[in-house]
Design a protein around this ligand. Structure first.
Ligand code: R7I
Ligand code: MG
Ligand code: MG
Length: 309
């Protein structure tokens, strides 16, 4: 197998930004044809990203600076990079504001939603850099995914979503798109790391749905398109697997499902970008991404950091 790993690091990060920037136009809307998403992409002059990519950038910067994951450093970067105009979740706003005033960075996230913490998809949508950084060691990848989630999302279902999304990105890095993907095996491998029933059940559903040409309504009904991690991470994985032939189809499909479209777009883009690499991402989408050069440079630095440690 000859895969260009650096191209995959770049693909995973700019894939997040493109899916997010394109999907924000459809956040909160109902499903449409994928063609409509491609059309929106053509008409947009710029793909402006949201909190999903803003936090993904912070996590990447933190991994590079700390040469690995450091919760305190990541918490500081969430505070430094906070930009309310990017459209953060209500729980995330509360946590980040509390993080600003405390050195006890593990505490604020635990206080959300009655004391179990958030199961929103906020810790899943930003996690591409962890999947890339540890793609060759899925045990460590899972541990880092869990730790990075807990800075804002401590609910077991929020944490598990982040783990599943990071694993999907990590597995995609190791696959050669010229060889195609064994979808059943990909899902089976993911299941080996997953403990929570709701995710295991959805992985089983994906396993059967992915072999058929399924109506979008059924995909939304069975897998979800909401802001909860368990109603969006499996949906992004399905969007990738059912359209794994090229980046454009997978991301357009994920966004076309509507609902939490920026985030389903970001997560589909992360997996698909990590699979196809930079070269597999349409030029027009790449050139329109806000802060494209900065994100590409971060991806390269992340790769360099991995080699050095
Ligand atoms: O997860 P989070 O950062 O939000 C991410 C979403 C993405 O769609 C972004 O694009 C952005 O739009 O926001 O922020 P949270 O507030 O932690 O979680 C998101 C939402 O999930 C919350 O505002 C709640 O509506 C819901 N939620 C919960 N509801 C009940 N009980 C999350 N956890 C719970 C819970 O435990
Ligand atoms: Mg967003
Ligand atoms: Mg969203």
């Amino acid at each position: 197998m000859s895969v260009d790993i650096e191209s995959k690091f770049v693909g995973g990060l700019i894939g997040t930004g493109i899916g997010d920037g394109l999907g924000r136009n459809r956040e909160g809307y109902s499903m449409v044809d994928s063609g409509k998403i491609v059309e929106i992409g053509k008409k947009s002059n710029k793909l402006i990203y949201t909190d999903d990519t803003q936090q993904m950038i912070g996590l990447t910067e933190s991994l590079i600076h700390s040469k690995g994951f450091d919760g305190k450093d990541f918490a500081n970067r969430l505070v430094q990079n906070f930009d309310i105009s990017r459209g953060y979740g209500s729980g995330a706003i509360q946590v980040i504001r509390s993080l600003k005033d405390t050195s006890e960075w593990k505490e604020p996230a635990k206080r959300l939603f009655g004391g179990e913490g958030s199961y929103g998809n906020g810790s899943s949508m930003r996690i591409a850099p962890i999947g890339l950084f540890k793609y060759d060691d899925l045990e460590s990848l899972s541990e880092l995914a869990i730790s990075s989630s807990k800075v804002t999302h401590t609910h077991r279902l929020g944490v598990e979503g982040a783990k599943l999304q990071a694993l999907s990105v990590g597995l995609a890095v190791g696959k050669d798109p010229k060889e195609g993907i064994d979808k059943q095996n990909f899902i089976k491998r993911l299941s080996e790391f997953i403990d929570e029933n709701i995710y295991l059940e959805k992985l089983e559903l994906i396993r059967s749905l992915v072999e058929k040409n399924i109506d979008k309504r059924k995909v939304i009904k069975d897998l979800g398109n909401g802001v909860e991690a368990y109603n969006s991470v499996p949906t992004a994985l399905y969007s990738f697997l059912s359209n794994s032939g090229n980046f454009r189809d997978s991301v357009a499909y994920g966004i076309s499902l509507g609902g939490d479209a920026d985030t389903i777009g970001a997560m589909t883009g992360a997996i698909s970008g990590a699979y196809h690499g930079k070269k597999g991402i349409p030029k027009d989408w790449k050139s329109k991404l806000e802060n494209k050069d900065k994100i590409i440079s971060l991806a390269k630095k992340l790769m360099k950091t991995k080699k050095e440690i």
